[in-house]
Design a protein around this ligand. Structure first.
Ligand code: F6P
Length: 361
């Protein structure tokens, strides 16, 4: 029987996951003669023993397809797993030993875990328990310290930039303040990168608390120049000075809190200080759905190939990473220890300020 390699996709989906799966299957099969097992719904499939055989035929045409054909789950924390009891109650259990046993039964050369910080932190705990795992970083948030790039980010930027282009024309027609709330969790990469690309007038990010009076002053300045509309991008994790995160649903042991409401809160703050007409667009999961852009297809392919090579070399406990244009590897701890945030004194912020974008602080 041929040797086998495993792959799972965990956490929130993003464009480019299927392109990683395709690259892994093709390289494993074509270069090493290995079969590939796809574990379904992240670590849930490891617990439930839910997996499928992948081959170059059933993964053909995956390059352009959004989402993940393996399914994903952001409730599949094997160390705090919600188990439904026969009487309907849900109890949280540590099911990691069962997962480990099931992984051993699969007898894999190694398991490729494609995920963001949450999924990689579970991978890191399994590594401590002896599992043979390598990681591939993905998240539209681009917030993993280990790498300059995470799969999905550029597609999200394209979506937000197009939305900003569209919001500009309607803002101008109606002399309105258009607020666009974007994802990114506790980091402002999506907001600031797309804000630059989409010519936003104001960009509010978690790394810089905002003073609404400054924001309003920037609208007045534009009005005094005869420009009576403005486009504002606000990251879901942005906070007013001394204020709190806008949380839509609180988290628990099994899942992270869900952010939401920052855009509408800002609209209320602006309405209290001005009589401008304000509208809010929350882009939500549009930023995560659909076909990956060319760059995400390229990076997904390069990361997928590198991950298979890592398994072949027995270099477990590492994630693939982008550094100065090269695909390298980094210890998995770097993908989980701390988030990569925007440096308020760094180049991206400087470019925004230099081109007249108001950052609120
Ligand atoms: O981490 C990716 C992400 O899309 C964040 O930007 C966002 O806060 C979160 O996931 C949304 O999660 P869910 O899909 O559970 O609503």
């Amino acid at each position: 029987m041929a040797k086998r390699i495993g792959i799972l996709t965990g956490g929130g989906d993003c464009p480019g996951l299927n392109a990683v799966i395709r690259a892994v299957v093709r390289h494993a099969h074509g270069t090493y003669g290995w079969d590939t097992v796809g574990i379904r719904y992240g670590f849930e499939g490891l617990y439930e023993e839910d997996h499928i055989d992948l081959d170059p035929h059933n993964t053909a045409n995956l390059l352009i397809r959004g989402g993940t054909v393996l399914g994903s789950s952001n409730r599949a924390n094997p160390f705090a797993y919600p188990l439904r009891l026969p009487d309907g109650r849900v109890e949280v259990h540590n099911v990691s030993e069962t997962c480990l046993r099931n992984l051993e039964k699969l007898d894999l050369e190694g398991l490729i875990v494609v995920g963001g910080d949450g999924t990689q932190s579970f991978a890191s705990r399994f590594l401590e328990l002896g599992a043979k795992i390598v990681g591939v970083p993905k998240t539209i948030d681009n917030d993993l310290e280990a790498t300059e790039y995470t799969i999905g980010f550029q597609t999200a930027i394209e979506v937000v930039t197009e939305a900003l282009d569209r919001l500009h024309t309607t803002a101008e027609s109606h002399d309105r303040i258009m607020i666009c709330e974007v994802m990114g969790r506790y980091a402002g990469w999506i907001a600031l990168t797309a804000g630059l690309a989409g010519g936003a007038d104001v960009v509010l990010i978690p790394e810089i608390e905002y003073d609404v009076k400054r924001v309003v002053k920037s609208f007045h300045k534009r009005h005094s120049r005869g420009v009576s509309y403005s486009v504002v991008v606000i990251a879901e994790g942005a906070k007013p000075s001394g204020g709190k995160l806008a949380v839509e649903e609180s988290g628990d042991a099994t899942r992270q809190e869900k952010l939401g409401g920052a855009g509408h809160r800002l609209a209320d703050e602006i309405r209290q200080l001005t009589d401008y007409e304000v509208r809010v667009t929350v882009l939500g999961h549009l930023q995560r759905g659909g076909t990956p852009c060319a760059y995400d297809r390229e990076m997904a392919t390069r990361f997928g190939v590198k991950a298979v090579d890592l398994v072949s070399a027995g270099k477990f406990g590492h994630v693939t990473a982008l550094e100065s244009g090269r695909v390298v590897t980094k210890p998995i701890e770097l993908a989980v220890k701390k988030l990569k945030l925007i440096d308020p004194n760094g180049g991206l912020v400087a470019a925004a300020r230099a081109t007249g974008i108001e950052l609120g602080g």
